[in-house]
Design a protein around this ligand. Sequence first.
Ligand code: CTP
Length: 407
Amino acid sequence: MIDFSHLSNSHRRAMELVREAAREKNCRPYLVGGPVRDLLLERAVVDIDIAVEEDSSALARALAKLMSGRVKSFPQFLTYKVTADQMPEIDIATARKERYRSPGALPSVTPGHLRDDLLRRDFSINAMAVDVVEGALHDPTGGEADLRARLVRVLHDQSFIDDPTRIYRAIRLASRLGFSIEPHTGELMRNAITSGALITISKERIWRELFLAMDEGGAPAILTAFLTQGALDVLFGKRTADPARLESAREQIERNPELDRHVLYTATLLRGDASPVDLEGSGFSQKRARNIVQIANELGRFADALLEAKTERQRLRVLKHASPEMLGVLAATQPAESRHVERFHEYQNFKLPLRGNDLEMPGGPHVSRALERTREAVFTGEIPAEHAREFARETALRYLKREEAKS
Ligand code: CTP
């Protein structure tokens, strides 16, 4: 019997409602995959995955009704997602058999028994099910023993060839749980990589795995393992890992969660030699891609420009061209610059008690530019604060004349 008692309140409530819906529809749901693994490890369960051998749509609809929630259906995967306020997301799928017609292709799916559904999965620790009504554990591949031995093990020798995304999943899962990759599984994984299995999947799918890795707390170790195993050669060519820089990126993200972690980690992976071609399939917007290339390629140039700057005004002008992520990297990697980056942040927050109207002149872009120039002048001590209005007026007039002369 599996103990559901250390699930959170909302997860326990969700499981009760699944039981109630099952009674109503006379079917037998199983909790499957990741949540079973996490339940047995007494780790927090996030999403709830349910499999049924019967009609998953009837169970999904009954459950949504009990939860006053909504159902979204994904017919090609025989899956339904039930969501409701204050409830975990619940996926309900018809137990299925999968067949891989060619390596790396998405499998064809047909309804099957619970056992088929467990045997099609990636690792033994993800191939267990718990009967939601009776609490009995179904573990046809020795997953519980592997949990105890702290091992990530595939179910058959063809696994990484059928679905090469499992290469990334194995490394990510082992790192997250502090497990080892079982030696034979490790050998299969390395063979799959060297035999070119990763060429059979799209770059988009690889990037999806890469982003999942970057979302983990232990991202530096996972990304380092991806690189050292050669699992990213298909995207970036051969590159060496720099664990210390990845760790520094992680620390920056931890200190400032607003930073774009995908941008920062990707720039760190591509450090010194990034081009837009490296980002094919990533889905990064042009702006984020530019940011990555800038951090990866231009950090040295930025640091030089800062060294050459003689005045604070010159330094601020260099720093204005850096993204928040670039500023983070600069401060972390060039200790001499961290004070300047801090000053720049102060400058960004520095406000002048002066508005466009205070200048008593016709409005236009010359006014906002002059106010910005005045803000800089007061901040750097070029002029005392009490001269701000006069300075701003003179500057605005000068800009206005220049604009008029041009037109
Ligand atoms: N699965 C698989 N092969 C894949 C992806 C998923 O066999 N390439 C199976 C695994 O059994 C997994 C389940 O589908 O447990 C659900 O996948 P996913 O939600 O990605 O992973 P979880 O194990 O739930 O892990 P996480 O905690 O990262 O969500």
